[in-house]
Design a protein around this ligand. Sequence first.
Ligand SMILES: NC(=O)c1ccc[n+]([C@@H]2O[C@H](COP(=O)([O-])OP(=O)(O)OC[C@H]3O[C@@H](n4cnc5c(N)ncnc54)[C@H](O)[C@@H]3O)[C@@H](O)[C@H]2O)c1
Length: 359
Amino acid sequence: MLGYAFMGKAHANAFKKIGYMTWPPPLEPKLVGIAGRNVEAVEEAARRYGFEYSTQDWRDLVADDSIGLFDNGGPNALHAEPTIAAAEAGKHVVCEKPLGRDADESYEIWQRVAATGVKHLCAFNYRFVPAVRLAREMVDAGELGDVRHFRGRYLQDWGDDPSLDTWRFDPDAAGSGALGDLMTHVVDLARFLNGEIDSVTGFAHTFIPGRRVDDAVEATAQFANGSVGTLEATRFAHGRRNAFQWEINGTKGSLAFDMERLNELQVFRADGDRARGFKTVLVSETSHPFWEHWWPPGHIIGWGDTFMHELHHVLRAIAEDREIAPYGATFEDGYRASEVCDAIVRSGENGAREPITYR
Ligand SMILES: NC(=O)c1ccc[n+]([C@@H]2O[C@H](COP(=O)([O-])OP(=O)(O)OC[C@H]3O[C@@H](n4cnc5c(N)ncnc54)[C@H](O)[C@@H]3O)[C@@H](O)[C@H]2O)c1
């Protein structure tokens, strides 16, 4: 594992839980090595999470033949080189989103890693929310009819403070602001639930004078299936702490979701019911593909559990030589999200609608 802070904690927690909550696990995770810059902090992280050793140099992990899966939870600038090196050393790879800092870097990571033949997952963990997976299965089954709208917005509010100093505001380390951080998630779920995007208009905006990355991004999208939509990402929506919300409207019904109500899916069926309205579905039935690991129906789960579903998916793909796609995001999906995000920025710069073309 590379990185031991926010995502390091989320992923380490998930690997540990997989070992006993999913039974039998497809592979029993063994936490071998963890890399970080600060010697005391990374030693402490190894002790805390139960890694056998810590190192200040991720190359030690790449050189360790006993490691079969490399999990990159480092800042965006540290995604490309270690992830490619790990794959070229024959290790399966998980890399946090955004895959690269822009479409060029993401494309390079995808191409170089895909050429090695290892399994690769770009950690768009929101695909692994039970309600999101149920929505995908309902869309695939045609339960919404023809989709007319996809509306996605990822709203946070921690960015409105000029004194904040993190790698997330450094263009070299992060590549972009809300764009790579939040809009990539919106684009990935838009593609996951509603298919490819044909063209976008949009722009990125920075509120804080002197800040060198964007604070908010607004876009409109035309989808290949004929539907239209809006995509938004911001760190300035006061009161919205982690509100990843989306809604799909089709000819036969609608679905709506809010990450702050993670266990619930809002379902409307246009079936002429005179008690017309959205119903709130608590997504916790034992028939759900993620629920075999959990509790009796109605005994809800949390945000951190999406990482357990995600990494379980990776381990099963490795153990049974299954594909990461379509339910997991591959590095190709990571690249495609970056391509759409770059097009939104270009549209803002040139004032034109930008077609999406994938390399
Ligand atoms: N999927 C999600 O929901 C989600 C949520 C948050 C972050 N992320 C992504 O995860 C990645 C990490 O974000 P985070 O929130 O965990 O950041 P963080 O700042 O909490 O942690 C970054 C970690 O990388 C380490 N690090 C930084 N520079 C390093 C270097 N040069 N060498 C070695 N280690 C270094 C830091 O010590 C720290 O342990 C980012 O790409 C981010 O976009 C994804």
